[in-house]
Ligand binder design. Sequence first.
Ligand SMILES: C[S@@+](CC[C@H](N)C(=O)[O-])C[C@H]1O[C@@H](n2cnc3c(N)ncnc32)[C@H](O)[C@@H]1O
Length: 208
Amino acid sequence: MKYKKYFRKTSLKQKGDGEFFLEEIKKRKPKFFLEVGVFHGVTARNVCELLFNIHNNDFKYIGLDLFEKNDENKSEIIPNTNFSNPLKQIYFKYIKKQDPYTIEAVQDLLKKFKDNVHLIKGNSNKVLKKIDMTKIDYVFLDGGHDYDTVKNDLGFCSEVIENNGTILCDDYNLSYAPGVKKAIDEYVKKNNYKCEIMRNSRFAKIEK
Ligand SMILES: C[S@@+](CC[C@H](N)C(=O)[O-])C[C@H]1O[C@@H](n2cnc3c(N)ncnc32)[C@H](O)[C@@H]1O
């Protein structure tokens, strides 16, 4: 299945990574998907299209993001939200009249699936503990890249693993964010979970 970019920015931009990601999800056919770190919503839209193909309307997608450039947690790495492509700048400024890194713009991109999608604006360090994890069967963890944030996020997603679900972590081995790998390695060891490192150490898939 082709990973589409919808004229926006995404962290799955490297050739083949998006398709690899969708194939991974297809293997598990989740019905209740959580993405931590939605950004412009490109992965969200791809996931919804895939789950719609598999389950029709019988799926849910929950997306959590700061959706804010100057959050109190300034140590988090937030991708550059400015476009270098002037056509995209014009499209969002004058045609869409939107900042694509807002919850409203992502809701707009996902409007086709409005009954399936629930977007949450907030910091995962505060919000994840309030989410009912009992039904979630797949997590794409791609939010804050701080050691403490990844440790927090994994901790609150343990129920997903215990219920035979999957956590797929992005940026496992990123030179400028070593806390991701450290937090994942410690978590997997402590809980004795299986962890498969894939795609040139980009993704870490955690299962029971
Ligand atoms: C790498 S981007 C996500 C890319 C997206 N998953 C995709 O595939 O296009 C990371 C996102 O995580 C968000 N983020 C960073 N720290 C966060 C936190 N503590 N809680 C929630 N979201 C956070 C940022 O705002 C940013 O949009």
